[in-house]
Design a protein around this ligand. Structure first.
Ligand code: IPM
Ligand code: MG
Length: 362
């Protein structure tokens, strides 16, 4: 098994190091190869996703990714900005299915800004298409407006679009995931306004007929954003497009107490996968050793489960994380009174120790 490791920018290096530490604590045979992506890759090679990095990612069995984004490069032309690394990997590896679970660990129910009873036991899965929509739609750019309220003036524009196969394949991922869970899918769109969304909704309904055991409902994005904070536990699987999914997944992450807890998987049709925390590169706390590595550690567990077919090892990581939380250790983002504040590497060490303890009692 070969894992391409792309730590990226900001806290990426620190959190990925902890995930590797945890992987090394398991009895697995794997090789890792590191490469640059994001702002650090731009600084070294003049491109956020160098050919060598892309090649490595394509050849590996799985990609473990940290985070990209660095304000120092925000002024660059868009194709050179750090974010293009992750967008390029999603596109070139065909990673259309972005799975973002939002699970509230019992011990963290009071770290959420919502009342504990609203979120304790929360377990929802956001499935976001990650290779289509207005993120990649052409044409896009700047031009002189020919119509609209101010013809003859400068305008910026993007294209929202989805093709039938793109909607069908993400629909199947959603329905099949729901079959393993509570068997409910909520498809989120803006069909009251957008043509693309009405098309999306029609196809979701059509594909849903092949899954009579799964209940499908549709919700507008604005209502979904509201329902997520009002009664998040009513959801099981949420399936949505790239732009709406970007927004809803940050919102859902925060429900669980901290975006620092949430892993994600991006899968292709052939189950090739990239695994990354749902959060960003947090340049403000980079290098301070205080970032929460648990989202990345849990992403490594998803990698073992989905791409490397090591279910037992994945379970061991997840239960070690639960043990560590139960023992009261917290990074700053999930700290509350009565718990013990630890740094990034102490948290990683604690997960390793919990794995070692479980090995002894097995
Ligand atoms: C995410 C991020 C990315 C996105 C950025 C870094 C391009 O916000 O993974 O959610 O918008 O998809
Ligand atoms: Mg995002």
């Amino acid at each position: 098994m070969k894992i391409a490791v792309l730590p990226g920018d900001g806290i990426g290096t620190e959190i990925v190091a902890e995930a590797i530490k945890v992987l090394n604590a398991l009895d697995l045979k794997f090789e890792t190869e590191f490469a640059l992506a994001g702002g650090v890759a731009y600084a070294a090679h003049g491109h956020p996703l160098p050919q060598t990095t892309l090649k490595l990612a394509k050849e590996a069995d799985a990609v473990l990714f940290g985070a990209v984004g660095d304000w120092r490069y925000d002024q660059l032309d868009r194709p050179l900005r750090p974010e293009q690394a992750i967008l390029g990997l999603r596109k070139h590896l065909g990673l259309f299915a972005n799975l973002r679970p939002a699970i509230c660990f019992e011990q963290l129910a009071d770290a959420s800004s919502l009342k504990p009873e609203l979120i304790s036991g929360l377990d929802i899965l956001i499935i976001r298409d990650a290779t289509g929509d207005v993120y990649f739609g052409q044409p896009r750019g700047r031009r002189t407006a020919v119509d609209g309220p101010f013809p003859g003036t400068e305008e910026g524009f993007d294209t929202m679009r989805y093709s039938r196969p793109e909607v069908e394949r993400i629909a199947h991922v959603a329905f099949q995931s729901a079959q393993q869970r509570a068997k409910r899918v909520t498809s989120v769109d803006k069909a009251n306004v957008l043509e693309t969304s009405q098309f999306w909704r029609d196809i979701m309904t059509e594909v849903g007929k092949q899954y009579p055991d799964v209940e499908l409902d549709h919700m507008y994005i604005d209502n979904a954003a509201m329902q997520l904070v009002k009664a998040p536990k009513k959801f099981d699987v949420i399936v949505t497009g790239n732009l709406f999914g970007d927004i809803l997944s940050d919102e859902a992450a925060m429900l669980t107490g901290s975006i620092g807890m949430l892993p994600s998987a991006s899968l292709s049709a052939s189950h090739r996968g990239l695994y990354e925390p749902s959060h960003g590169s947090a340049p403000d706390i980079a290098g301070k050793g205080i970032a929460n590595p648990l989202a990345t550690i849990l992403s490594a567990a998803m990698m073992l489960r989905f791409s490397l077919k090591q279910t037992t090892a994945a379970n061991r990581i997840e239960s070690a994380v639960r043990d560590v939380l139960a023992s009261g250790l917290r990074t700053a983002d999930i700290y509350s009174e009565g718990t013990r504040r630890v740094g990034t590497s102490e948290m990683g060490d604690a997960v390793v120790a919990a794995i070692a303890r479980s090995a002894r009692t097995d």
